[in-house]
Design a protein around this ligand. Structure first.
Ligand code: B3K
Ligand code: ZN
Length: 876
C-alpha cells in the first residue's frame, strides 16, 4: 500500500466547482442500495475556467454518469478508489450519477450502514463520499431534496433532513418519502434513517411564536427511555433563545437512537442521530452521571444548529471553530441547569487528566492543526475540551455582555457560510476593541503551558510582588514556543482567610481580578498590603495551564477552607492530597512504611464535620485525586507505587474517619421517588462517596450497607455504586453472586450490560484480564459494536491501570490484538482504542519496551490511514 499522505492547511483552495442544489434518490436494499444523485453545479468564482471536475467517492461502484442529460463515454472520465474525475465540464451543468453500495457490510459505521436492522448514516467528517460522488468538503453548501424508497413492511419509517414534502406507495410492497432541506448545508450534515421505529412527540413554541414539532425515534422497546431527553431538548431550545438569542429554524426537529455508533451523537440538520447510550435514559437503568451526560449531549447537538450548521467550518482544520464553541455552550448550559461548581470541577478534571496527557504525548496537536493524515483522528480532547477553554477565556476576557455581542455579530455575518477560526476571534475583537493577535497563538501552539509563580512580601514598602513565568514545552513538530496571552484570575487572602482589596499602580481592582500575562515573565506588584498574603491563583481555572506555586501544606489547607472561589477551594484540597500522596509514593518506592500526613486527615475531618449546603461540592472534595491525574504529575510514572499509595490513603482516611463517613452516609439516605435533579444527585453523590470509604475498611457493617443498597434496587445510581464496591472488594462471596444476579437481571438491556461489563473489568484483582477475555466471548459482546468495545476494552485499558500495565505484557498484547482486528472492521474505533498503548514515554524501561513491541507488531499489518497515523506518531 502507498504511504498515506498528509494534507496541509496552507494548501487550502476553494473547490473548482460547487453545488447549489443536490437531489438524491435512495433505493434501499441492505446489500445493494442504489443511490442516484443529481447535482446542480457551477464553477467557483475564484477558480479559473476549464478545470477538470474532481469528486470524492470512496470505493463506489458507478452505474451511470451523465452531464446535462448526456451519458459520458469511458474516455471522458476516470475513476479510482477515492475519486471520480471528469476531464471537461461546462461553467454550469447538471451532473447525474448512480452508484451501488453495500450498507449491510459497512462495519466502519461511516456513510450509510445497517444497525440493528435499520438503515442510518454518519457523514461527518468524510462519510458522504461513501454514499455518492460529491465534493465532500464543508465549504460546499447546497440545498437538498432526498427521496427514500424502501420495503414498507421492514422499513415503515423513512427520514431525512428538513421537512417531509411527499410520501406514497410503490409497487412490490415498497413505499417512498421525499424530504426537502431548504437550508444550504455541507454534505457532512446529510442524514437518512429507515427502519421500524416508534416515536414520542412534543412541541416547542419558539420565541417568535412558531410551533416546532419535536420527535424522538427509537426501537419500540426503548420508548420508555425517551422522556428525559425530550425534556432536555426543550430546555436546551429555551436556553439557546434566552442566552444566545438563537431560535430553531425548521418546523420539525428529530432525534433518532441507533445502537451501533462511533461517537456520542451527530448534529445532522433537523435529524440528529444519537448513539442510543447518549439519548436513552430511565431511573431503573441509568445512573445520575449518564442522565447528566445525556442532557449535555442532547443540548450540544441542538446547539450545533447555529454553531456548526448555520455557520459551518471552511475546512476540517477549523473543526474547533464549531466544536470548541459548542462544547463551551453545552458546558454553560449544564452549569446553568445543574450544579455550576461541580460541572466546572468535572470539566477541569477531564481536561487536566486526559487532555493534558494528550498534549504531552506523541499525538499532541494544536487546537487548529496545520496538517493531518486522517481527520477522523482529530476529534480529540484537544479540539473539543481545550477548544472550549479557549472560548471560555475569550468570554472571560470580554465579559458576558460583550462576548454575546461578538457571538451575535459572528452568527449574523457568517450565517449560511463556511467560516474560519479567525472569523470568530475577529468578531470578538471587533465588538470589544481588544487586540487578540497574541491570543490567536492559543490555536496554533500545542502543549500545555507551564506557569511558575512565586510571591514575595516586603513589610517596608507593604508590597506583595507576584512573579509569574510561562513556558510551553516542546511538542512533536513544534520545538520552540512563543509566550501566550494568559488570563490569570486571582485574589489575595489575609490571615483571617478574607480577600483583601487589590491595588496595582494606585488603582483599585476590588478583591478579585484578572492578570494578563503576556511575556515570558512578569511581576505584578500589589500595594498597601498589611501582611504577607496567601495568593489564590487561576481562580475558576481561568486558563488551561499547569500552575505551580510553592504553597506549604498549611497554605493549601487554609485555602481549602477559606478561598472565596469554590473551584479553588476544591483545587487546594486536591493539591494537598496530591502532595501528601506523593510522599506515600516515595515511601513505597524506597520500601519504607507509609504514613499518612495528619494534615490530610485534619482537612477531611474539617470537611466532614463542617455543615455545608453544597453536598455536591462536598462529595467532589472528598474524592482523592485519580490515579490518572497523579500519574500526570510525575516525570516517570510508577504505576504500582501510585496504586499502592492511593489505596493506602483511602484506607487510612476510611479507618480514621469511619464514624464521620457513616454519618454522612446515613444523613443522605432517602426513600423519595428518584429524580435526576441537582438536589437529589448531590445527596446520592455524597452518600456514595461515603460508602466507598466505608467499604474500604472491609468491616462487616459497611459491606452489609452496600449489600442492602444493591438489594433495595431503588435506582441505578445507588445499585451501580454499591455493586461496584462489592465487586471490587476482596469478598468474592459477596461480589460474585451480586455481579451474576445483576447480569441475569439485565441480560435483555444492552446499555445496562455495558455497565455490567465495565464494572467487572475495573476490578483490581489480578485475574481481571482473564475475566475480560472470558467476557469477550459473552453473547452480549460484539467487537463490531463500539459501545461494547468501549465498555470492555476501553474501560479496562484506561481505568484499570495496574492490570493493563501487567509486567508480563499481556494487557498490551490484548489491546494490540483488538486494534489489529478493528483496523480491518472499524478504523475510527481502532485508532481511538489504541491510545493507552501510545502513552509509554514516561513509563519504566521494561513497560516501554513491551508497549513498543506491540506497536511495532501493529505497524507490520496493512494499516488503515487512521491507525497508520497514530502508530507512526507513537513510534516516532
Ligand atoms: N460532530 C460530531 C462528531 C462526528 C465525528 C465523526 N467521526 C459530534 C459532535 O461533536 O457533536
Ligand atoms: Zn460537537
Amino acid at each position: 500500500m502507498a504511504e498515506p499522505q498528509a494534507i496541509y492547511l496552507k494548501d487550502y483552495q476553494p473547490p473548482a466547482y460547487t453545488v447549489e442544489k443536490t437531489e438524491l434518490k435512495f433505493n434501499l436494499e441492505p446489500h445493494a442500495t442504489r443511490v442516484s444523485a443529481r447535482l446542480h453545479m457551477v464553477r467557483h468564482p475564484e477558480r479559473k475556467a476549464g478545470q477538470a471536475l474532481e469528486l470524492d467517492g470512496h470505493h463506489l461502484v458507478l452505474q451511470r454518469i451523465a452531464i446535462d442529460g448526456q451519458e459520458l463515454t469511458p474516455g471522458e472520465y476516470s475513476i479510482s478508489d477515492e475519486r471520480l474525475v471528469v476531464h471537461q465540464v461546462p461553467e454550469r451543468f447538471v451532473l447525474d450519477t448512480e452508484v451501488e453500495i453495500d450498507p449491510a457490510n459497512n462495519t466502519a459505521l461511516e456513510g450509510l450502514y445497517v444497525s440493528s436492522g435499520m438503515f442510518c448514516t454518519q457523514c461527518e467528517p468524510q462519510g458522504f463520499r461513501r454514499i455518492t460522488y460529491y465534493p465532500d468538503r464543508s465549504d460546499v453548501m447546497a440545498t437538498f431534496v432526498t427521496t427514500v424508497i424502501a420495503d414498507k413492511a421492514q422499513y415503515p419509517v423513512l427520514l431525512s433532513n428538513g421537512n417531509p414534502i411527499e410520501r406514497g406507495e410503490l409497487p412490490n410492497g415498497r413505499h417512498f418519502a421525499v424530504w426537502e432541506d431548504p437550508h444550504p448545508k455541507p454534505s457532512y450534515l446529510f442524514a437518512l434513517v429507515a427502519g421500524e421505529l416508534e416515536k414520542i412527540e412534543d412541541t416547542f413554541t419558539t420565541m417568535s411564536g412558531r410551533e416546532v414539532t419535536l420527535q424522538i425515534w427509537v426501537e419500540q422497546e426503548n420508548l420508555h427511555k425517551t422522556v428525559f431527553s425530550m425534556q432536555a431538548l426543550k430546555k436546551a431550545m429555551k436556553w439557546d433563545e434566552e442566552k444566545y438569542g438563537r431560535e430553531y429554524d425548521l418546523d420539525l426537529f428529530m432525534i433518532v437512537a441507533v445502537n451501533d455508533f462511533n461517537m456520542g451523537a451527530m448534529e445532522n440538520k433537523g435529524l440528529n442521530i444519537f448513539n442510543s447510550a447518549a439519548v436513552l435514559a430511565n431511573p431503573e437503568t441509568t445512573t445520575d452521571a449518564t442522565f447528566q451526560r445525556v442532557e449535555g449531549i442532547v443540548a450540544h447537538e441542538y446547539f450545533h444548529n447555529w454553531s456548526g450548521n448555520r455557520v459551518t467550518c471552511r475546512d476540517w482544520f477549523q473543526l474547533a471553530l464549531k466544536e470548541g464553541f459548542t462544547v463551551f455552550r453545552d458546558q454553560t448550559f449544564s452549569a446553568d441547569v445543574n450544579s455550576a461548581p461541580v460541572k466546572r470541577i468535572e470539566d477541569v478534571a477531564l481536561l487536566r487528566t486526559a487532555q493534558f496527557a494528550e498534549d504531552a504525548g506523541p499525538t499532541a496537536h494544536p487546537v487548529r492543526p496545520d496538517h493531518f493524515i486522517e481527520i477522523s483522528n482529530f476529534y480529540t480532547l484537544t479540539i473539543y475540551e481545550k477548544g472550549a477553554e479557549i472560548v471560555r477565556m475569550l468570554c472571560n476576557l470580554l465579559g458576558w455582555e460583550t462576548f454575546r455581542r461578538g457571538s451575535d455579530l459572528y452568527f449574523e455575518r457568517f450565517d449560511g457560510q463556511a467560516a474560519r477560526v479567525e472569523d470568530f476571534v475577529e468578531s470578538m475583537a471587533e465588538v470589544s476593541g481588544l487586540d487578540l493577535t497574541q491570543f490567536m497563538r492559543w490555536y496554533a501552539q500545542a502543549g500545555t503551558p507551564q506557569l511558575d509563580a512565586s510571591g514575595e512580601y516586603d513589610s517596608e514598602t507593604r508590597e506583595y510582588r507576584l512573579r509569574i513565568r510561562q513556558q510551553t514545552p516542546p511538542t512533536p513538530g513544534q520545538q520552540t514556543k512563543l509566550p501566550l496571552h494568559i488570563p490569570v484570575r486571582m485574589g489575595l487572602l489575609n490571615a483571617d482567610g478574607r480577600d483583601i482589596t487589590l491595588h496595582i499602580n494606585g488603582e483599585n481592582f476590588g478583591t478579585d481580578t484578572v492578570l494578563h500575562l503576556r511575556e515570558d515573565e512578569e511581576i505584578f506588584v500589589f500595594e498597601n498590603v498589611d501582611a504577607a498574603p496567601v495568593p489564590s491563583l487561576l481562580r475558576g481555572f481561568s486558563a488551561p495551564v499547569r500552575l505551580d506555586f510553592p504553597y506549604t501544606r498549611e497554605h493549601l489547607a487554609f485555602l481549602m477552607k477559606h478561598d472565596s472561589d469554590g473551584f479553588n477551594r476544591w483545587d487546594a484540597g486536591q493539591r494537598l492530597a496530591l502532595d501528601i500522596i506523593e510522599d506515600l509514593i516515595s515511601a513505597h518506592q524506597q520500601g519504607e512504611a507509609m504514613t499518612l500526613d495528619a494534615r490530610l486527615l485534619d482537612a477531611y475531618r474539617y470537611l466532614l464535620t463542617t455543615p455545608t449546603d453544597d453536598k455536591a461540592v462536598l462529595a467532589e472534595m472528598l474524592r482523592l485525586p485519580s490515579e490518572a491525574y497523579i500519574a500526570e504529575q510525575q516525570e516517570t510514572v510508577d504505576i504500582d507505587a501510585i496504586a499502592a499509595a492511593c489505596k493506602f490513603a483511602l484506607k487510612t482516611l476510611a479507618h480514621e474517619l469511619y464514624d464521620e463517613f457513616l454519618t454522612l452516609y446515613r444523613s443522605n439516605q432517602s426513600d423519595a421517588p428518584y429524580a435526576p435533579d441537582a438536589e437529589q444527585i448531590a445527596c446520592r453523590s455524597a452518600k456514595n462517596v461515603a460508602l466507598s470509604y466505608l467499604v474500604a475498611t472491609e468491616r462487616e457493617e459497611a459491606l452489609e450497607l452496600a449489600q442492602r443498597q444493591v438489594d433495595a434496587q431503588h435506582n441505578m445510581t445507588d445499585v451501580r455504586a454499591a455493586l461496584t464496591l462489592l465487586a471490587h472488594s476482596d469478598r468474592a462471596d459477596l461480589g460474585d453472586p451480586a455481579v451474576r444476579a445483576f447480569g441475569e437481571r439485565w441480560a435483555h438491556d444492552s446499555l445496562v450490560m455495558d455497565q455490567w461489563f465495565s464494572l467487572q473489568v475495573t476490578r483490581p484483582q489480578k485475574d481481571v484480564l482473564e475475566r475480560l477475555k472470558f467476557l469477550m466471548e459473552h453473547e452480549a459482546f460484539s467487537i463490531k459494536n463500539p459501545n461494547k468495545v468501549r465498555a470492555l476494552i476501553g474501560t479496562f485499558t484506561s481505568q484499570n491501570r495496574i492490570n493493563f500495565h501487567r509486567l508480563d505484557g499481556e494487557g498490551y498484547k490484548l489491546l494490540a490484538d483488538v486494534v489489529i482486528e478493528l483496523n480491518r472492521l472499524n478504523p475510527d474505533i481502532a485508532a481511538r482504542i489504541i491510545t493507552p498503548l501510545t502513552r509509554y514515554h514516561r513509563l519504566d524501561g521494561a513497560r516501554q519496551q513491551l508497549m513498543r513491541e506491540q506497536l511495532e507488531r501493529i505497524r507490520r499489518e496493512p494499516l488503515s490511514r487512521n491507525v497508520y497515523e497514530i502508530v507512526e506518531k507513537a513510534l516516532a
